[in-house]
Design a protein around this ligand. Structure first.
Ligand SMILES: [Cu+2]
Length: 152
């Protein structure tokens, strides 16, 4: 019964929209455990990590990330190329329906450039842009740079 109602609503929403793009559910894209390393003293570049799950039934992709604390945020993938860790910028990262991707040291991660934090600032907004789903803004914790991975 509930499922029928949901699909009826989904069809109604699809018909109402002129855009033929799929309409992910409100729960669609969920980001958790987001944290940004505090830049090392005198540095303005740092990295960020989080988990993201696509709870919708639509294959989607992360196509951009922004934060008011950074001039620019890029998505990178660290890869072991013949024993040497290399990072490659990712313009978009596919996130299939039901899939979870963990951004972590040594794998996918965020690189933030031109970072400016207020003194004692311990969190920051981060906005995720998707191919289909509407933007999602979350609050990321600023983690102590003592835990810095030596990434840069
Ligand atoms: Cu990187």
């Amino acid at each position: 019964m509930k499922l029928k109602l949901l699909s009826a609503l989904f069809i109604a929403a699809s018909l109402a929209a002129c855009d033929p793009a799929p309409t992910p559910s409100e729960m669609g894209l969920v980001i958790s455990d987001a944290r940004i390393q505090a830049p090392l003293l005198g540095k303005s570049i740092t990295s960020g990590y989080f988990d993201i799950t696509n709870h919708s039934n639509v294959d989607d992709a992360i196509i951009g990330i922004e934060s008011p604390i950074a001039e620019r945020v890029e998505m990178h993938l660290s890869e072991d190329v013949n024993g040497i860790m290399k990072m490659r910028r990712q313009v978009a990262i596919d996130l299939k329906a039901g899939e979870t991707i963990t951004f972590k040291p040594g794998g996918y991660h965020l690189m933030l450039f031109g970072v400016g934090l207020d003194k004692d600032q311990n969190d920051a907004a981060v906005t995720f842009k998707f191919k289909h789903a509407p933007d999602v803004t979350i609050i990321a914790e600023i983690a102590e740079s003592a835990l810095h991975t030596g990434h840069h």
